[in-house]
Design a protein around this ligand. Structure first.
Ligand code: MN
Length: 293
């Protein structure tokens, strides 16, 4: 009887329909359905659900043969407390990284990256590449020091490795000043539009001595004109192919972790969820070629 049930019933959605077997996997997917500190449009707590749903509707030929190397373990248990979310995310990433595996995290709001980076930095050197319309460098925002607009400032308080932000265009003067003093490279959206090839070259130069890369994609880096549903939409953003050109450069290195954040299905028709899954698929399948797994 159980055989019949398994024949007719489909298990819950997983990213790219991968399995849940941790031991053999190289990449460990989990979701963080958290949006309690979002300052504009709430809803990205449903991001993990939407990204998995839309990932199942797309066939990525380049991922062929990769499925056994990816395991999707589900979502973080729900909390509306940012400290608990960070604590639990830290513990999971710490465990994954300590066993030589690589976390792939689906947000949820951008704050989770703070815990992920701190945990990975315990185990290896890293260079962090962030795609974002914003700098997330406020010291305090809406009476809170730890939220999706301040998390990078909190990481820089105890900076580990080089940090680069790509695609930014929507920030306060205070953040720009702090960023210029404390980030290793800022590639604004304007620079990408004006001289993509030159900035790609600059990035290549900066990464010369970087072996391990962590990629954080805030999907609001994409232009809002593409009907991108995110928690803080911003005009004059990057195109998906511009983001892909950067990923192409990054994938020549060892990607030790990745997150895609801020997908907000409550205002998304599927564009941001589809691109979030695409960016993960592109990155993992390029690793297959370049690193030799
Ligand atoms: Mn952002």
């Amino acid at each position: 009887m159980i055989g019949l049930l398994q024949f007719y019933l489909k298990k819950r959605f997983t990213l790219f329909s991968v399995g849940e077997e941790y031991e053999k996997a190289e990449y460990i997917v989990f979701g963080v359905p958290f949006d309690s500190t979002v300052s504009f449009l709430p809803g990205c707590r449903f991001g993990p659900l939407a990204v998995r749903l839309f990932s199942e509707n797309i066939v990525y030929p380049s991922l062929a043969g990769m499925h056994s190397k990816i395991a999707d373990l589900g979502d973080l248990i729900p909390s509306i407390n940012v400290k608990w979310m960070l604590k639990r995310t830290f513990k999971i990433v710490d465990k994954i990284s300590s066993e030589g595996k690589k976390p792939i995290i689906i947000g949820g709001e951008h704050t989770l990256t703070l815990a992920s980076l701190r945990a990975i930095a315990k185990h290896s050197d890293l260079t962090t590449i962030i795609f974002d319309a914003h700098l997330d460098l406020l010291d305090d925002h809406m009476d809170s020091r730890v939220n999706h607009a301040t998390w990078l400032r909190r990481f820089l308080d105890k900076k580990r490795g080089k940090v680069v932000v790509i695609g930014c265009r929507d920030f306060l003067e205070e953040e720009r000043k702090y960023g210029e003093e404390n980030l290793d490279l800022i590639i604004s959206a304007d620079l990408v539009h004006r001289s993509l090839d030159e900035v790609l070259e600059e990035l290549r130069g900066l990464l010369k001595n970087s072996e391990n890369i962590y990629i954080s994609v805030d999907v609001d880096v994409l232009d809002v004109g593409g009907r991108i549903g995110v928690s803080s939409p911003s005009p004059n953003g990057l195109t998906p192919s511009q983001v892909t050109r950067f990923l192409e450069v990054l994938c020549r290195k060892n990607i030790i972790g990745m997150d895609v954040v801020e997908v907000n299905p409550l205002i998304d028709m599927g564009a941001s969820a589809s691109y979030a899954s695409y960016f993960i698929a592109y990155t993992l399948s390029s690793q297959k070629i370049d690193v030799g797994y």
